[in-house]
Design a binder for this molecule. Structure first.
Ligand code: HEC
Ligand code: HEC
Length: 343
């Protein structure tokens, strides 16, 4: 902040064209912007003395400098940014007049908050929706294939036991409970945490014996989804590499696709070195905005030829976390169907 202030002060006191502008607006208090400046469209009727502080406010709201909108050798010159900004001034006025009785409630800062592109999706700390540009990115299919090879053979049934740390749904207090997660071919899974049991026979999902529907089902299906074999990738459409990023200490490449069964967008983060999936970010659109849920797969361990993440963290849009830490993991060659039965 202090540094920016200095750079503005430099412009104000050192730049020659500026000295002229300052001189122009000096003597008469009642001069309007259009009396003093050349290309005034939206600030007509605004006191000329307000123009520079107005500029300072707009620049500060976006963490921009004068030069990001102006040719600083000639402030009267038009630019694309100036024209867009005029639209923004009108937008701000409209909102305040229509919805806030003309009070100055919504400003550039309300939306931009120091960003060129306002953030319109709440994301928990550490989850980025924009990724670094990559020159010559690999093809999504190559990335998926590398993961499938690194993940090893899909187990017929896998049982992991450990602990779940999560906020209590009623009190919000963080609690740790014993956890057992069993997964089997065909999307079957069973998640038992403390006294609560979520079961899926591959088609339906129940919670405490009651059939669930809608988005909560999708949330558990995401938790229960395995990343062995091609299945999870073949359910994605329109795949494209969206860039590179970092997760913890690892460089990752991100593939974006749409899961056809839910319509959600998924960002899949693959460790460039190991090829393994380390994060999945689910982005679900609603009529007011998108909801982001992050799944982190960590501590991969090889169990009977299968790479198994021994830690899974689900981070919800508001930052709440479900942390599943597994202590043991075993595979079986047959499915115990009774575990996945839905009555
Ligand atoms: C976000 C874009 C933006 C930034 C950043 C910005 N300006 Fe402006 N500036 C505008 C717009 C838009 C106008 C025209 C206003 C109108 O149409 O009424 C303008 C007009 C001006 C004018 C009047 C030019 C004329 O036609 O005579 C001056 C002087 C000026 N700005 C100075 C500055 C200074 C100094 C800064 C840095 C502190 C700055 N501006 C930063 C958008 C910006
Ligand atoms: C109600 C929310 C809102 C308000 C208020 C608002 N903006 Fe914006 N602004 C946006 C959105 C949304 C975009 C488009 C963002 C994008 O392209 O990612 C945008 C785009 C812009 C851009 C173009 C950025 C680019 O590089 O494409 C500029 C410049 C800008 N705003 C300046 C301002 C200024 C200055 C103000 C205050 C006078 C303002 N905005 C007020 C929401 C707002």
């Amino acid at each position: 902040m202090a540094r920016r202030f200095t750079s503005l002060a430099l412009v104000l006191f050192a730049a020659a064209p500026f000295a002229i502008l300052l001189a122009k607006q000096d003597p008469q208090q009642d001069l309007k912007c259009e009396d003093v400046y050349t290309n005034i469209k939206v600030f007509k009727g605004v006191p000329a003395n307000d123009l520079i502080p107005t500029m300072e406010f707009m620049a500060a709201s976006m963490k921009w400098e004068c030069k990001d909108c102006h040719d600083t050798t000639d402030y009267t010159k038009e630019s694309h940014a100036i024209e867009t900004t005029r639209q923004m001034v009108l937008l701000q006025r409209d909102i305040n007049e229509k919805w806030f009785n003309g009070r100055l409630e919504v400003t550039c800062m309300t939306c931009h908050n120091g960003e060129e592109h306002p953030i319109n999706i709440p994301t928990p700390d550490g989850t980025n929706l924009r990724h670094g540009r990559m020159s010559n990115p690999p093809k999504p299919a190559e990335i998926f294939a590398k993961h499938v090879t690194a993940a090893g053979k899909a187990p017929v049934m896998l049982t992991r036991t450990g602990k779940l740390t999560s906020p209590d749904l009623e009190t919000g207090e963080i609690k740790t409970e014993p956890l057992e997660v069993v997964q089997a071919e065909g999307g079957k899974f069973r998640l038992a945490a403390g006294s609560k049991v979520v079961v899926s026979d591959g088609a339906q999902v129940t919670y405490g014996g009651v059939l669930m529907w809608g988005e909560p089902v999708a949330v558990f299906q995401r938790i229960g989804r395995t990343w062995w074999g091609d299945g999870p990738f073949s359910g994605l459409a329109g795949n494209a590499v969206s860039g590179k990023d970092r997760v913890g200490d690892s460089d990752v490449v991100v593939v974006k696709g749409t899961r056809t069964s839910t319509g959600s967008t998924e960002d899949l983060y693959f460790d460039i070195k190991t090829g393994l999936l380390v994060r999945m970010v689910n982005i679900r659109r609603t009529s007011v905005g998108s909801v982001v849920t992050t799944f982190d797969y960590e501590d991969y361990k090889t169990v009977d030829g299968t790479a198994v993440p021994m830690k899974l963290t689900v981070t919800f849009a508001g930052g709440q976390k479900w942390e599943m830490k597994f202590e043991s993991s075993k595979t079986s060659t047959t499915i115990d169907e009774s575990l996945f039965k839905i009555d």
